[in-house]
Design a protein around this ligand. Structure first.
Ligand code: FES
Length: 202
């Protein structure tokens, strides 16, 4: 897994857009009065969504003020969890899971595809500046290994060939179909069920 550090280049200002402000208020309203700090992770996620997939330091300060909590506490959360990007990434942000189940099912072939199509090194933008990729730990779809996440979508049961095709589509500005690339529905067994045959809806 790569080490994430705050970008050397930082914007001077950040504030929520009206849509983000509305989303933040809805989240905060779910917590009891005085416990609004519990919304910090959700608010950082809203920042990331608004700010092209990454969280600048000025936005952490903004969230700290918004939630009336110390900046250092927001900084600690943002720098601890790997789902928060601390430096600019591509508009199409590709995360390849290389944890053991995906690794033994060929995840490094997917990494090869990213190196060929996007950039030689992770966290580097593609030539057209629209894509970047990174290796990550388990994304919770091990049963459909190997897999990758592109922005909010999961692409599963992959091999190098179909990964190259998916990346080609992304680079052409198209949206490839998410889900299994071996024709499975969700994570159903391949070649039909072999257990619990007497149960209709198992
Ligand atoms: S190991 Fe890759 S999704 Fe869990």
């Amino acid at each position: 897994m790569s080490v994430k550090r705050p970008s050397k280049e930082q914007p001077n200002n950040f504030e929520f857009s009206s849509a983000s402000l509305k989303a933040a208020k809805i989240i905060i309203a779910k917590y009891p009065k005085g416990k609004q700090q519990s919304a910090v992770m959700a608010l950082l996620y809203i920042v990331q969504k608004q700010n092209s997939n990454w969280i600048p330091l000025v936005a952490m300060k903004y969230v700290a003020k918004f939630l009336e909590m110390p900046y250092i506490k927001v900084y600690e959360v943002a720098t601890f969890y790997t789902m928060y990007n601390l430096a600019p990434v591509g508009k199409h942000f590709i995360q390849i899971c290389t944890t053991t189940p995906c690794m033994i099912r060929g995840a490094y072939k997917l990494v090869e595809a990213c190196k060929e199509k996007i950039s030689k090194k992770e966290n580097e933008l593609s030539e057209d500046k629209n894509c970047s990729w990174v290796e990550v730990e388990c994304l919770g779809a091990c049963v459909n290994a190997p897999m990758m996440q592109i922005n909010d979508d999961y692409y599963e049961d992959l091999n190098k060939e179909n990964t190259l095709k998916i990346l080609d589509k992304i680079l052409r500005g198209e949206t490839p179909k998410p889900g299994s690339y071996r024709g499975r529905v969700n994570n159903e067994p391949e070649n039909n069920r072999k257990t619990l045959m007497d149960l209709k809806n198992a």
